[in-house]
Ligand binder design. Sequence first.
Ligand code: SF4
Length: 414
Amino acid sequence: MAEVFLPPGVRYECVQCGECCRALEVWLTDAEAERLRQAQWPPEVGSPANLTRKLRGRGPHRWRLRPLPIGACRFLTTDNLCLVHQRLGYAAKPFAGRLFPFSFVLTPVGTFVGVRFECPSVVRGVGRPLDELRPHIRRLLDEYVRTYSPPREGPRVRFFGRYELSWRDILRLEDQLLAFLNDRDLTVREGLLAGLRLVRRFASEALRGGEGRRIGVDPGEALAQSETPEATATERVLARLLAASYAGATPHAYREWPFLRRMGWRLRGPARRLAIAVGLGAVSLPRLGRRVLLKEIREVAVGKLGPDSEAMLRRYYVAKVASQGFFGLGCFGRSFAEGFDALAASYWVVMWLARASAVAHGRIEPKADDLEYAIRTLDHSYNHLPEFRGARERVRSALFWNWWTSEKLLSEGD
Ligand code: SF4
């Protein structure tokens, strides 16, 4: 049986907060949709004809469960339990609901398990170590493979451009990235910066036809490089636009809204992006519950983070690197180097969101609660953003976002 790799340091136990049932779309196979339509439900769930929406395309997900217009799953009870689970049993729940917060990347060397940090239990690091949940995760994986026949990564990984590496080399490189991130003498920001420099150096050596294979590098050596220039005004605008994209992901009940509300959202989206990009005016961000003045965000200092905040960030980035979800099939076919660059850039976004949360709570510097908000908001959209997907966005980032942009942003720290 193929090996299953779990991200280190992650804990999980559902605390029945119902957050995932309010935030995520539920995709259904034909059999799941039929099962839900055939069962008897109380009137507040809606008529069988109204439960599901047919999707275009030919994948195994042929249907989408229609959420309530307020955004929640229509089977979520007032005490945050699942009505399908209560009435028909755990096994009858749609697979998407049972799978959360896990995801899988299938490779020739084994399956790597990813975890959604949108879940409060995961982001706070409370619950059972994943190793104790291994049998449960394995059962989910078996069902996932059986039902969806998911695509698998090939024997070689696109590292950068057309240059490829074997999985063995990729894992060696990742060991080094994880060593940087786990090094308690470095902050997470420094660990990502060291990783970014290592990946860049590795890529440029490889592209020049050099060895490019000296993977074991001392973090001091990776960090001790000539000074990085300051980010330009354009790069700062791009970074804020990225933050705006992460913070403004379309709510999953969007398609259920009445026409005028949908139009209002569509019109507000670009206005909000523009305001965030230039840093002027005020915006409402998801889950913050109040508008924040954008100039106030700039005034929030990001000095040394507290130990709880650092630990949360470390858990997040270690899990992301270890789960292989930041490149390849897990991330719209991005190469390893591009994917790591985007992952490192997300640190700037996390800090921007944490500062926005600090403003909303009247704090002068971000605390662990702000970091939790920021990571959960980021991870809601991570790997789902059009920035990583559409050809137009790819061209835009190729033109304006270069190799050094993330490094400059990380060097400054905020
Ligand atoms: S978000 Fe996490 S803790 Fe909350 S209901 Fe979903 S799985 Fe459970």
